[in-house]
Design a protein around this ligand. Structure first.
Ligand SMILES: [Fe+2]
Length: 385
């Protein structure tokens, strides 16, 4: 198909071992004089926050920080952090951590120049003004949030997750240093790494895929499939850590210009209602969603199998497509990640309500390679149970 497309992202990406040491110079380029770092308690505890603050202070730049971001942050928590930034007169915001601190930082930035209530920004294109310069620094290899224009929050009353999507959420710079992932425990490496793989797979299968997102998606699928086992089981392997950070970044560059699809849509209720970590939720849904959707685009499923390094020589297109599903299932088994909802204690009776919730994630559902309605979603949940 001859598709027109638009490709956008942050204007600057710094990638590599110890690249965080260039942070002071980057802040200078962005004219930052008072820098506010947003992170979570885990990142603070392992000393990464202190390391980052020191690099900035060594350049004579004033700093402030907030280290209390919770996973799957509730939307209400963001306003309070935004007030601290305003009251302290800060002029540059850094998001340091997994997806949650980076997403919070991106929205805190735009809240400095938009008086609208944060709830009115939910959806696509509802942020009116650009915010403060932002720098995103991931400490996991998974979310890709460092390069996306998306921020996801939990809406506790509705027990679901929703996104704010705006070009003003692109960071001014992403600083991706694999060093920050060296000490991640293996189960977090596995969950976040699977999230990155799902980003790449869904970006490639999405109806919004384009030649640029395809390029990053296939590259990411290959890199992640090759290195994820090593990174999970030999966390000290710095080559595996380097390539997982790279694969996660490439997957982010893919899905931010394509989209994710039904895996993410069906995973959200698991996070919103049962507080299952995001990467694990995606892994739980991956196989069943792929089984449902594969006949919607056999050729692309076959490409995924090839990118994963599955041997498809002499296979028909359908057989090759099925190899991609086998490939992701084997990966989850090898990594020791649960693949069934019942293993997580989710009651089967919860399925109808989860299916209702998932069907409302139209931003994602509508991009799936095969159409799906509430009844289809229920069937997929039952297969995943
Ligand atoms: Fe994700």
């Amino acid at each position: 198909m001859l598709k027109n497309f638009r490709y956008s992202g942050p204007s600057d990406i710094l990638f590599g071992v110890d690249v965080h040491r260039e942070l002071g110079a980057k802040i200078g380029e962005l004219n930052g004089n008072r820098v506010f770092v947003i992170t979570d308690p885990g990142v603070a505890k392992v000393g990464i926050l202190e390391k980052v603050l020191k690099v900035i202070r060594d350049k004579g730049i004033a700093t402030g920080f907030y280290d209390g971001v919770v996973p799957e942050p509730p939307i209400e928590s963001v306003q309070e952090i935004a007030s601290k930034v305003r009251q302290g007169g800060f002029d540059l915001v850094i998001g340091l951590g997994g997806g949650s601190p980076m997403d919070v930082a991106k929205v805190v930035s735009v809240l400095q120049s938009n008086d609208d209530p944060i709830e009115s920004m939910v959806g696509t294109g509802n942020v009116r003004n650009r915010g403060l310069p932002t720098i995103t620094i991931p400490t996991t290899a998974g979310t890709g949030s460092e390069v996306t224009q998306i921020a996801i929050f939990t809406f506790e009353k509705e027990q679901t997750k929703k996104g704010i999507v705006s070009p003003f959420l692109f960071a001014s710079a992403a600083v991706v240093d694999p060093v920050f992932t060296y000490d991640l425990p293996s189960h977090i490496t596995a969950h976040t790494g699977m999230d990155a793989l799902v980003h790449a797979i869904e970006a490639y299968l999405s109806l919004k895929a384009n030649p640029m997102s395809d390029m990053y998606a296939l590259e990411a699928i290959g890199v992640i499939s090759k290195y994820i086992r090593k990174a999970v089981h030999n966390g000290e392997d710095i080559e595996a850590r380097y390539f997982m950070s790279l694969g996660s970044l490439q997957a982010g560059l893919a899905f931010s210009n394509s989209s994710t699809a039904a895996v993410h849509a069906l995973a959200y209720p698991l996070g919103g209602t049962f507080h299952i970590p995001h990467g694990l939720s995606n892994t739980l849904m991956l196989k069943s969603v792929m089984e449902y959707s594969f006949s919607g685009n056999l050729a692309r499923y076959a490409d995924i199998a090839a990118a994963m390094g599955e041997n498809i020589d002499g296979f028909s297109e359908r057989e090759a497509a099925l190899r991609s599903i086998e490939g992701v299932e084997n990966l989850a088994i090898d990594l020791g990640v649960p693949t069934k909802l019942r293993e997580m204690g989710i009651p089967r009776e919860a399925i109808p309500k989860m299916a209702e919730d998932a069907s409302r994630q139209t931003r994602l559902i509508l991009q799936n390679p095969r159409r799906l309605g509430v009844e289809d979603i229920e069937k997929i949940y039952h297969n995943a149970w």
